[in-house]
Design a protein around this ligand. Structure first.
Ligand SMILES: [Zn+2]
Ligand SMILES: [Zn+2]
Length: 318
């Protein structure tokens, strides 16, 4: 039996990357301590913030919601939750049930928005149109654009000045790795625990309090706390994504040299800070000619997808 490195009780986890084992209490305490440290060191939360929390009912967002609710009084912040129903059969409806229940239990206001209502089509249907089929567009890339757009817009309209997302250590190290491979420096600058101030009134800064917690530890935390969350929180489209391949590579590296995920993040943060200083000139912001949201080009990606889908509907080429 492995014992806790601090109190000799039965260990529930061995952290190879730190060379320690932890009992239930020391593990729960350690995760909460890491969350507080991430928030403090990166100044993710300030007094009087109004934070919109993106929740799915899976483990990451459940922990995020619980934690922000638990520090609500101390920081004097307001919180509410937003969920997005992408319209993925046999998946989202189930996870959203947990999201709804959790918010009810903790008395947190919960808003639900759908792809169907916001862009006129659910994701399953989008993936059957010629738009995605002919151009071989991956579900995750089109979904990410639409979801990010809705979350940002709704968070702002509902009065939030921050948007908290449940990205964990694994997610973030994958994003950094993917970005490195694609060589998109500008996009890479938007990663990290808090999105940089883009001097843009339409943009709600995104914060990632779970960025230093491995995915498996989040699951263990939720189980030990007896949270009710969806165990099936893996999107059926996930395995078709490039991210999935990167996920395997990073997990393999982590297995052989524990701490890889942390060093990917640490190295990236160092580079990002240097680039930020070099790039401190404010970028010119354009606004989409259709919806008025911030956009790199004349029309934002959301509106372009919406337009294409509307045309697909009219021509009945679905
Ligand atoms: Zn202990
Ligand atoms: Zn637009």
């Amino acid at each position: 039996m492995t014992l806790c490195s601090f109190c000799n009780k039965k260990a529930v986890i061995t952290r190879k990357y730190e060379g320690i084992s932890l009992c239930k209490n020391h593990f729960l305490y350690s995760v909460e301590k890491k969350l507080r440290k991430t928030i403090r060191q990166n100044q993710l939360i300030k007094r009087d913030d109004c934070i919109s929390i993106a929740i799915s009912g899976g483990k990451d967002s459940t922990l995020l919601l619980w934690f922000l609710a638990s520090i609500q009084k101390k920081y004097k912040i307001k919180i509410f939750a937003i969920s997005i129903d992408e319209g993925i059969k046999n998946y989202r409806k189930n996870t959203l049930k947990y999201a709804k229940q959790f918010c009810k239990k903790y008395n947190i206001k919960h808003y639900l928005f759908s792809f169907k209502k916001e862009i006129g089509m659910n994701l399953d249907k989008i993936m059957k149109t010629k738009y995605t089929k002919n151009q071989n567009i991956a579900a995750c890339s089109v979904c990410a654009v639409i979801r990010r757009y809705i979350l940002n817009k709704k968070a702002r309209e509902l009065g939030a000045n921050k948007l908290a997302v449940g990205h964990n250590l694994d997610d973030e190290s994958q994003s950094i790795f993917i970005n490195y491979i694609r060589g998109d420096v500008k996009r890479g600058m938007r990663l990290g625990p808090i999105s940089p101030n883009q001097n843009n009134v339409n943009f709600v800064p995104r914060i990632k309090p779970l960025i230093n917690i491995p995915e498996k530890e989040i699951a263990l935390f939720c189980v030990l706390k007896n949270f009710e969350f969806s165990l099936n929180d893996e999107c059926p489209y996930a395995r078709t994504s490039f991210r999935w391949k990167i996920r395997d590579i990073i997990l393999d590296l982590e297995q052989n040299s524990p701490g890889t995920r942390f060093s990917i993040i640490k190295n990236f943060e160092k580079t990002r800070k240097i680039l930020e200083l070099k790039n401190s000139k404010k970028e010119k912001i354009n606004f989409c000619k259709i919806c008025g949201e911030a956009s790199g080009k004349e029309y934002c990606k959301f509106c372009l997808i919406k337009k294409t889908l509307a045309m697909a509907k009219v021509k009945l080429i679905c």
